[in-house]
Design a protein around this ligand. Structure first.
Ligand code: ZN
Length: 193
């Protein structure tokens, strides 16, 4: 149930967020169906985090998988079948907001006029749409967002180097300990004084 607005915090001043970015934004190879489809990409961390920032999720779009963004989210959020006991919303209910936040952070790979893919070379897409974005020389590339066709997501464990606790909602996707999240918040507050 979605009853409260999302609480967003800019991770720019958050030491946990900086450490997380360094740990997850590493170039890697992955393929979706067969090794011949292998692509190289660098996962990207959404620069803001939601709620208490103790949980991690991966999100990918149908058009861009297996490349994915990492979302640092609230420990109260559920994820599919594990969401029955969650006090927060299900991740699947807020993917529209998350996609918008990803587009704000990394850019949108679809033109605003006809929804044409800006990942295609200009000379191809100009045949279908002649709007300002399609006429521009810029060709979109990862991590710009192409959410046409939808997205998929899953919980994710914290990378090694972070203290974690088990997630009471799920065997997958551990959590940052409460004390650590609280300490980081406190530190931020003290720095602000
Ligand atoms: Zn266009």
């Amino acid at each position: 149930m979605r009853d409260a607005p999302l609480i967003r915090t800019d991770g720019a001043d958050d030491p946990v967020h900086h450490k997380l970015k360094a740990a997850v934004e590493k170039r890697q190879s992955a393929y979706l169906w067969t090794p011949a489809d292998t692509i190289r990409f660098t996962p990207r961390l959404l620069p803001i985090f939601y709620g208490d920032g103790r949980a991690l999720f991966r999100i990918t779009t149908i058009n861009q998988r297996p490349a994915y963004w990492v979302i640092r989210a609230c420990s109260t959020w559920g994820c599919g079948l594990d969401g029955h006991d969650a006090s927060g919303p299900d991740f699947g209910e807020i993917t529209d907001d998350i996609m918008t936040d990803l587009e704000d952070a990394f850019g949108r790979g679809r033109c605003g006029y006809s929804g044409s893919s800006l990942f295609h070379p200009r000379k191809e897409r100009i045949q279908w749409c002649q709007c300002e974005e399609c006429s521009d020389r810029h060709v979109a590339r990862w991590p710009e967002v192409d959410d046409n066709g939808g997205c998929s997501w899953s919980r994710m464990d914290w990378p090694s180097g972070f203290a974690t606790v088990k997630n009471p909602l799920s065997w997958q996707g551990n959590l940052l300990p409460e004390a650590l999240a609280a300490r980081a918040a406190l530190q931020k507050e003290e720095e602000g004084r």
